[in-house]
Design a protein around this ligand. Structure first.
Ligand code: AMP
Length: 216
């Protein structure tokens, strides 16, 4: 069992890498962003509570995301390991994750930091979209579907989602939140000797191989 955090600013490729690692090797992806978007889509009380915060690009409270992760860790069983994508994002969340893993007799093996220039992040984020049926990720310029309007993977038609917070105003706030609240985790995990750094600018396969080499 290997438990892994993918750390990096919005647009660094955490979601893409987590998804591929899960498909190929059976890891379970725990993305707090996906869980919150799901709650919003289902119009639950939680979804309504976080919608405005997410649209602005601010962080939701530690209590909310720690609660979501706790529920998953105590209910979802798997033998390969968890990939934490977009969690933890604050020091309090990192402490809570350590305690939660302890309480279920598990530990954190690696923290992979994907680093990418801010300028590239903007290009990547503005224009990205996903298939709302299967979740495949696309980009208007760098990875459009082979046939316009049709998902390459599941074939569904005209069912694409653009994230509400993938606009320049929200992105500025999301980047600020990353540097202010999340980047201290780099030091936190460095001291625990868990941190590995990877250039997030290569191809998806290159980055995937680099991550594989770390977790092997
Ligand atoms: P993401 O998909 O990881 O970029 O997350 C989208 C949005 O969900 C963020 O901009 C935050 O508003 C919220 N969010 C996701 N994960 C967390 C977290 N661990 N802590 C606080 N807010 C989060």
């Amino acid at each position: 069992m290997k438990n892994l955090i993918l750390l990096g600013p919005p647009g660094a490729g955490k979601g893409t890498q987590a998804r591929t690692l899960c498909e190929k090797y059976g890891f379970v992806q725990l993305s707090t962003g996906d869980m919150l978007r799901e709650a919003k889509k289902d119009e639950t009380d939680l979804g309504r509570k976080v919608a405005g915060i997410m649209a602005k690009g601010e962080l939701v409270t530690d209590e909310i995301v720690i609660g979501l992760i706790e529920k998953k860790l105590t209910n979802d069983e798997n033998e390969i390991g968890f990939i934490f994508d977009g969690f933890p994002r604050t020091l309090a969340q990192a402490d809570a994750l350590g305690n939660l893993l302890d309480s279920i007799g598990q530990s954190l093996d690696h923290v992979v930091e994907l680093y990418v220039d801010d300028e590239k992040l903007v290009q990547r984020i503005i224009g990205r979209f996903t298939c709302s049926s299967c979740g495949e990720l696309y980009h208007k310029i760098t990875k459009p579907p082979e046939n316009a309007g049709i998902c390459d993977v599941c074939g569904s038609k005209d069912k694409f989602n653009f994230r509400q917070d993938d606009n320049e105003d929200s992105l500025k706030i999301r980047l600020l939140a990353y540097y202010r609240d999340t980047s201290p985790l780099i030091g936190y995990y460095h001291v625990l000797n868990k941190l590995r750094k990877i250039n997030g600018l290569g191809s998806v396969d290159e980055i995937q191989n680099n991550i594989r080499n770390i977790i092997k």
